[in-house]
Design a protein around this ligand. Structure first.
Ligand SMILES: Nc1ncnc2c1ncn2[C@@H]1O[C@H](COP(=O)(O)OP(=O)(O)OP(=O)(O)O)[C@@H](O)[C@H]1O
Ligand SMILES: Cc1ncc(C[n+]2csc(CCOP(=O)(O)O)c2C)c(N)n1
Ligand SMILES: [Mg+2]
Ligand SMILES: [Mg+2]
Ligand SMILES: [Mg+2]
Length: 288
């Protein structure tokens, strides 16, 4: 059983459409509030050598990335910390505060308790005008598929390519880009935290069309042999670029660097160079 299978179970308990996007969407006056919450653990998410400041930064960046993926402006962040050792707290909180400051958010609250394994839950709130909200659903055949930057860098760092350690440990959510893409009218968007291919399958699950990528167009991690780089770009997790679809005539969006990697097709499948792509990526699994 993997996390997507369990999502289907959650969808029998709460409105399943609630699970279709990177954030929950909540009416808020004449605007919409988006809300994301994400849990990170020492053993699965914080590689050896990471500083406490970087841990606080990463925990905040992952939730701001989800807010950005809806086209929203980040507002507030809350950080719940299950702390293994008290001396770690100030570094974690400072990293979280600095990430908020960098991306125009404010750290306004959270929770604290003692826990054997350092565990952090970050919650991010943002606001967006209804006409600029972007969901995962909305792709149409003939749209292009694009990404905001290089893929596979975080996984490359985990594979030993140290030049990419900063991308792994201090991910930069595409907060400005997400809002610009929303205002420009892109048709569907999400972030790529679990890898490109898994993200395309997530888009497939909520759209009535399919997705065809051309691997020659993928922005590969620098300094990695091409074949390995292509694998990392397709299946590596921990990248926080935005993946979006858009009618070709709205690109380029001023101020947003984006690389077109393929096109939306009528057939309900995910293809790379014309061949079906297996649904694989950074996925939490349970045995048995
Ligand atoms: N336990 C849960 N209960 C209710 N809703 C959930 C639960 N887990 C996830 N969701 C919702 O499902 C949607 C997708 O969540 P998911 O965690 O797969 O996406 P993500 O946060 O973009 O990815 P990642 O966590 O890998 O960065 C979100 O809207 C989220 O609020
Ligand atoms: C050991 C290790 N492996 C990978 C990464 C990169 N990484 C950071 S967040 C994330 C996915 C989103 O998290 P989740 O799906 O759990 O919400 C990934 C893949 C890391 N930091 N450490
Ligand atoms: Mg996401
Ligand atoms: Mg999540
Ligand atoms: Mg995930």
């Amino acid at each position: 059983m993997d996390e997507r299978g369990l999502h289907r179970l959650i969808g029998t308990i709460i409105d399943p459409e609630r699970l279709d996007d990177d954030c929950a969407v909540i009416p808020c006056g004449d605007r919409l509030m988006v809300a994301s919450t994400d849990m990170l653990h020492e053993t699965t998410d914080f590689p050896a050598g990471m500083t406490d400041w970087q841990i606080g930064w990463m925990a905040t960046a992952v939730t701001l990335s989800d807010v950005a993926s809806m086209g929203a402006a980040p507002g507030e962040v809350l950080l719940a910390v299950g702390l293994d050792r008290p001396e770690r707290l100030s570094g974690i909180m400072e990293g979280a505060r600095d990430c908020c400051t960098r991306f125009g958010a404010e750290l306004v609250g959270g929770d604290l308790d003692a826990h054997r394994e350092l565990t952090i839950v970050s919650t991010g709130l943002g606001l967006v005008a209804p006409e600029h909200l972007v969901r995962r659903r909305g792709a149409r055949p003939g749209d292009v598929i694009a990404v905001t930057g290089p893929l596979g860098e975080a996984e490359a760092a985990l594979a030993g390519y140290d030049r990419h350690r900063r991308e792994l440990l201090e991910p930069q959510p595409r907060v400005r880009e997400g809002q610009a893409l929303g205002r420009a009218g892109v048709s569907a968007m999400m972030d790529i935290s679990d890898g490109l291919v898994l993200s395309l399958h997530d888009l497939l699950a909520v759209n009535d069309c399919g997705f065809s990528v051309d691997t020659a167009r993928l922005p590969l991690p620098a300094g990695v042999p091409e074949d390995e780089g292509r694998e990392l770009a397709l299946y590596g997790g921990g990248d926080f670029e935005l993946l979006f679809t858009a009618p070709p005539d709205i690109l380029p969006v001023p101020g947003v660097e984006a690389r077109v990697i393929g096109e939306v097709i009528p057939e309900r499948t995910v293809l790379a160079d014309g061949e079906p792509l297996e649904r694989r990526g950074y996925l939490h699994e349970w045995k048995g």
